[in-house]
Design a protein around this ligand. Structure first.
Ligand SMILES: Nc1nc2c(c(=O)[nH]1)N[C@H]1C(S)=C(S)[C@@H](COP(=O)(O)OP(=O)(O)OC[C@H]3O[C@@H](n4cnc5c(=O)[nH]c(N)nc54)[C@H](O)[C@@H]3O)O[C@H]1N2
Ligand SMILES: Nc1nc2c(c(=O)[nH]1)N[C@H]1C(S)=C(S)[C@@H](COP(=O)(O)OP(=O)(O)OC[C@H]3O[C@@H](n4cnc5c(=O)[nH]c(N)nc54)[C@H](O)[C@@H]3O)O[C@H]1N2
Ligand code: SF4
Ligand SMILES: [Mo]
Length: 785
C-alpha cells in the first residue's frame, strides 16, 4: 500500500511543502502540500521530479576511497580512517592554513550544511574558506554589513503587500526567487498586478518575468549600479531627510547627496543604453507609489559593481521611506534567529580583516573569493592549500576557469568530497562521502526562513528511514569534524553536545537573556529530539524569538491543544501584532517584544504542526537589529564612498560590442540536476542565445555552432537566434560541461553541453566582495563553418 509523507522541497529557495507518495522505500510521486502554511500546494516541475532525483541510480550508495589511484567502494569506517590518517598529519606538518574548505550551494538546503561547517572550520583553524557566496550573493552581505552592521540582515520585498516592485537582474519565474523565499513567486507577481500594483523588470533579456511586467527596461549588462545611482540622485534632489519613521535611524544623507551628485540621468543614460527620460520616469513612479520595494538579484550581484548595486537597492528603499515598513522591504524574523536584543551601537562590520595569500584579496564575511581557490592550491609556499574538504560543491563547473581548477584539484595531497554524485569535482577526491537521498533526511530551513516573505516555521522529519548502509548527512559531518580533530572513533553525538553546551553557556552568561545565570547542564537536559541535530534545532527554537525559553516564556496563546484550531488563533494574533508595530513600537527596547506575539515554540510544538506554523506577515524591526557602531543606518559607508569614483570613471569607457550574460531554466539547478531524465530536454538546452541583428552582423545561423572567446578561453556552442536577448548581448546558461572522464553521470554525460565558466580566468571580480563577475563580460563570436 502506498503511503504519503510530508517533505519540504530542498531544490530551490522557495521551500515548498511537498506530499510524497511512498511505496516501500521508494518515492513514487510528489505533489504540492495544500495544507502547507506557506506554499499552500504550489509545486514546480523540479519538486514534482523529487522521486526521480531521490532514486537516481547514479547516486553513490557507499563511500569511495582512492586506492592505487582509483576510487573504489569502501566502508564508512575505512573512509573516516583514511581521513583521520591524512588531514591531521598534513595540518601538523604544514599548519592550519594548509587545509581549505569549499562549501557549495546545497549546504543551505540541508540541516547538516547549516549545523556543522562552522564547527569544522573551528576544528581546522583555517581561514581558507571558499563558498558559493562569492559566485552569488556576497555583494548583498557586504552592503548589509556596511549599512546595517550585520551582513546577514537582508531586507526582502514585501511581495504580498507592495504597490510597486522594481526587480533588477532576477528571473523568479524560472528561478522561483532568491534571497526572497516565496513559494509561487510567479503567482505573487500576478497577484501584485491584479490588485493594481506595478511591476518593473530590469533585465537585458526579455525573460518570462519581464513578460509579466508593466514595464521592462533592457539596459546594457553591468550598468545597474549606474542606473540605480541615477535613480537615487534624482530622489535626493532637494531632500534633507528620509521620509517617515526611518529618518531618526539614518545618518549620512548629506554626504550621500554629494557623493552621487554627478550621477545624473543624463550622465549615465548612454552607458546604460537607456534614455534620461526613462530613468527620470522610473524615479518619479518609484517615489510616487504608496509603497514600493526595490529588489536586485544575480544579474545585479555577479557583476563588477555588484556591491555598489546591492547597496543602492537598499539606498532606494531607504530614500523612499520603504525600508522596514509593510509593503516595502522588511527584515524577516526567523524562529531560529537569535531572540532580539535591545537596540544600541554594535561592533560594526569590517572588510579585509585578512587577505588571501597569493593575490591579496580581502576577506569578506570570513571568506575568500572562490575565484582564488585554484591559485591558493597551485602556488608553492607557506600556507599553500594541500588538503581540501569540499562539501556539496562543484566548483569545477560553477566557478571561473574550471580547467585550471580541475588541474589544481588533481594536484592536492588530499581531498574529501561530501557529495551524492561522482562528478566533475568529486572525481578528484581521495574520499567521497555520499549523503543519503533527501527522502531519508530531516529538513529544516535555517537559512531561507531568514529571507522569507512571511514569518513561518516548518520541519520535516525523514520521510523514509535510513536505508541499511547509509549514514545521515549530519552524522557524516560530525564524524568529519572528529576525524580532522584527531578524535576519530569518538561518539559523533559529542560534537552536537559540545555545540549545545557552548550555546547554552553563552546564553546563561548573557545579561539580556531571560536565562541569565541558569545552569547550562540542566537546560541541556530539558532538550527534546531523537538525534543530535534535532536537539540542536530544539535549542535554537526555544532560545529564538518565538521560543519558550525553557519556560521563561510560557506557551501563552498556543491553546490547550496546539494541533487544534491553531491557524485561526494565529491569524487573530497577527492582526494585533501588525497594529502594534504600526503604532510606533520600534523604539529601543521594543525589539525584545518583537517575538512576544508568538511564543512557546519548541521542536515538540513544531512537530505537532506537520504543515508548519504561520508566524504572520513581516513586521518592522528597526532599530533593534542594527549593529553598526553608530547604532544607525550608515548610508554612505567608507568602503562604498571610496569605490564610487571608480564607478564614475567607467562613464568614460567605450562599452564592449558584445557581452555575455547567464540564464536559468526552470527545470535545471546549477550544475547537478542534468542527470534526472524528467528534468532534461525540451527548451532546457545549453545554447548560446543571440539577437537576430547580431546574428546577421556576425554571419551566424540558428542551430549551427559558433565559437565564443573571452579572457579564459573559448568554447564551441550551438547558436539559438532569439530576440529575447537584447542586441549586443548573448546568453549561455551555467552548470553544463559534463564531458569529463571519471564521473558517474550517465544521463548528464549523454548531453554534456559546455561550461560557460571556462570563458573566465577568475580575474574579474567585484572588488569589495570578491564575487566573480559572471554576467556582462566581453566576448567575441565567430561562426564555425
Ligand atoms: N556562469 C555562472 N556561474 C554560476 C552562476 C551563474 O549564474 N552563472 N551561479 C552561481 C551560483 S548563484 C551558485 S549558488 C553556484 C552554485 O555552485 P555550487 O555551489 O558548486 O553548487 P552546484 O553546482 O549546485 O553543485 C552542488 C553540488 O552539491 C551536490 N549535492 C546535491 N545535493 C546534495 C546534498 O544533499 N548534500 C551534499 N553534501 N551534496 C549535495 C551536487 O551533487 C553537486 O556536486 O554556481 C554559481 N556559478
Ligand atoms: N530553475 C532554477 N532555479 C534556481 C536555480 C537554477 O539553477 N535553476 N539556481 C538557484 C540559485 S543558486 C540562485 S542564486 C537563484 C538565482 O535566481 P535569480 O537571481 O532569479 O537568477 P537568474 O534566473 O539567473 O536571473 C538573473 C537575471 O539577471 C539578468 N542579468 C544578467 N546580467 C544582468 C545585468 O547586468 N543587469 C540586470 N539588471 N540583469 C542582468 C539575466 O538575464 C537573468 O535573467 O536561483 C535559484 N533557483
Ligand atoms: S519552486 Fe523550488 S521549492 Fe518549490 S517545488 Fe519547485 S524546486 Fe521545490
Ligand atoms: Mo546561488
Amino acid at each position: 500500500m502506498p503511503r504519503t509523507a510530508l517533505r519540504i522541497c530542498p531544490l530551490c529557495e522557495a521551500t515548498c511543502g511537498l506530499t510524497l507518495t511512498i511505496e516501500g522505500a521508494t518515492v513514487t510521486g510528489a505533489r504540492g502540500d495544500r495544507e502547507d502554511v506557506f506554499s499552500r500546494g504550489f509545486i514546480c516541475p523540479k519538486g514534482a521530479a523529487f522521486g526521480g532525483l531521490d532514486s537516481d541510480p547514479d547516486r553513490l550508495r557507499t563511500p569511495l576511497v582512492r586506492r592505487e589511484g582509483r576510487l573504489q567502494e569502501a566502508t564508512w569506517e575505512e573512509a573516516f580512517e583514511v581521513i583521520a590518517a591524512a588531514v591531521p598529519a598534513l595540518v601538523q606538518e604544514y599548519g592550519p592554513q594548509s587545509a581549505g574548505v569549499v562549501l557549495g550551494n546545497p549546504n543551505v538546503h540541508t540541516m547538516a550544511g547549516q549545523l556543522y561547517p562552522s564547527l569544522l572550520l573551528k576544528a581546522l583553524g583555517t581561514r581558507n574558506l571558499f563558498t558559493a557566496s562569492t559566485l552569488d550573493q556576497m555583494p548583498k552581505h557586504v552592503s548589509s554589513g556596511l549599512l546595517f552592521g550585520d551582513p546577514s540582515a537582508i531586507p526582502v520585498p514585501d511581495l504580498d503587500r507592495t504597490d510597486f516592485l522594481l526587480l533588477l537582474g532576477a528571473n523568479p519565474v524560472e528561478s522561483n526567487g532568491s534571497l526572497c523565499t516565496a513559494p509561487d513567486f510567479p503567482g505573487r507577481l500576478k497577484a501584485l498586478r491584479a490588485r493594481g500594483g506595478t511591476l518593473v523588470v530590469v533585465d537585458p533579456r526579455r525573460t518570462r518575468t519581464a513578460k509579466l511586467a508593466d514595464r521592462h527596461l533592457a539596459p546594457r549588462p553591468g550598468s545597474d549600479a549606474l542606473l540605480l545611482a541615477a535613480l537615487a540622485r534624482t530622489l535626493l534632489a532637494g531632500k534633507a531627510t528620509v521620509p517617515g519613521a526611518l529618518a531618526e535611524h539614518v545618518q549620512g544623507i548629506g554626504e550621500l547627496r554629494e557623493a552621487l551628485d554627478s550621477f545624473t540621468p543624463e550622465a549615465v543614460a548612454p552607458a546604460c543604453d537607456l534614455t534620461a527620460g526613462e530613468i527620470r520616469d522610473l524615479a518619479r513612479d518609484l517615489a510616487a507609489a504608496p509603497t514600493a520595494a526595490v529588489y536586485g538579484r544575480i544579474g545585479s550581484c555577479t557583476v563588477e559593481y555588484g556591491t555598489l548595486a546591492s547597496w543602492l537597492v537598499d539606498v532606494l528603499n531607504i530614500l523612499t521611506g520603504n525600508l522596514d515598513r509593510p509593503g516595502g522591504a522588511l527584515f524577516p524574523l526567523s524562529a531560529t534567529d537569535r531572540a532580539p536584543r535591545p537596540a544600541g551601537p554594535g561592533k560594526g562590520f569590517r572588510l579585509g580583516r585578512w587577505h588571501s595569500r597569493v593575490s591579496g584579496h580581502p576577506e569578506a564575511k570570513g571568506e575568500l573569493p572562490m575565484s582564488a581557490l585554484a591559485e591558493e592550491i597551485e602556488t608553492p609556499g607557506e600556507g599553500r592549500i594541500r588538503a581540501l574538504l569540499c562539501i556539496a560543491a562543484n566548483p569545477v563547473l560553477s566557478a571561473p576557469d574550471g580547467r585550471r581548477l580541475d588541474a589544481a584539484l588533481a594536484g592536492l595531497d588530499f581531498m574529501v568530497s561530501i557529495d551524492p554524485y561522482l562528478n566533475e569535482t568529486s572525481r578528484h577526491a581521495h574520499v567521497v562521502l555520499p549523503p543519503p537521498p533527501p527522502s531519508q533526511s530531516a529538513h529544516f530551513d535555517f537559512s531561507f526562513n531568514t529571507f522569507a516573505i512571511r514569518n513561518q516555521v516548518r520541519y520535516s522529519p525523514p520521510a523514509i528511514p535510513l536505508e541499511e548502509g547509509r549514514m545521515d548527512e549530519c552524522e557524516i559531518h560530525a564524524r568529519l569534524v572528529l576525524a580532522v580533530s584527531g578524535m576519530h572513533g569518538a561518539d559523533p553525538a559529542a560534537v552536537d553536545d559540545l555545540a549545545i553546551r557552548t550555546a547554552l553557556a553563552r546564553e546563561s552568561a548573557d545579561p539580556d537573556s531571560p536565562l541569565l545565570g541558569q545552569d547550562a547542564a540542566h537546560l541541556a537536559g530539558m532538550l527534546s529530539g531523537a538525534t543530535g541535530p534535532e536537539r540542536r534545532l530544539d535549542l535554537m527554537l526555544r532560545l529564538g524569538p518565538y521560543g519558550d525559553r525553557f519556560g521563561a516564556d510560557p506557551a501563552d496563546g498556543f491553546g490547550a491543544d496546539p494541533a487544534d484550531g491553531f491557524g485561526a488563533a494565529q491569524a487573530d494574533r497577527f492582526g494585533a501584532a501588525t497594529a502594534v508595530s504600526g503604532s510606533g513600537a520600534t523604539e529601543p527596547g521594543a525589539g525584545t517584544a518583537e517575538g512576544a506575539a508568538e511564543s512557546g515554540l519548541s521542536l515538540e510544538r513544531l512537530r505537532a504542526h506537520p504543515h508548519g506554523i504561520d508566524l504572520g506577515p513581516l513586521r518592522p524591526r528597526l532599530p533593534g537589529l542594527l549593529r553598526t557602531r553608530s547604532g544607525r543606518i550608515e548610508l554612505l559607508p567608507d568602503p562604498i564612498a571610496a569605490e564610487l569614483p571608480r564607478l564614475r570613471a567607467t562613464l568614460a569607457d567605450r562599452p564592449a560590442a558584445l557581452v555575455l550574460v547567464g540564464r536559468r531554466h526552470l527545470r535545471s539547478n546549477n550544475s547537478w540536476l542534468h542527470n534526472v531524465p524528467a528534468l532534461t530536454g525540451g527548451s532546457n538546452q545549453c545554447t548560446l542565445q543571440v539577437h537576430p541583428d547580431d546574428a546577421v552582423r556576425l554571419g551566424l545561423t540558428d542551430g549551427r555552432p559558433a565559437r565564443v572567446t573571452a579572457d579564459g578561453g573559448s568554447l564551441e556552442v550551438p547558436v539559438e537566434i532569439t530576440d529575447s536577448v537584447r542586441a549586443g548581448v548573448v546568453s549561455l546558461p551555467h552548470g553544463w560541461g559534463h564531458d569529463r572522464a571519471g564521473t558517474r553521470l550517465s544521463v548528464a554525460g549523454a548531453a554534456p553541453g559546455v561550461n560557460v565558466n571556462q570563458l573566465l580566468d577568475g580575474t574579474r571580480l567585484d572588488p569589495l566582495s570578491g564575487t566573480a563577475v559572471l554576467n556582462g563580460f566581453p566576448v567575441e563570436l565567430t561562426p564555425i563553418p
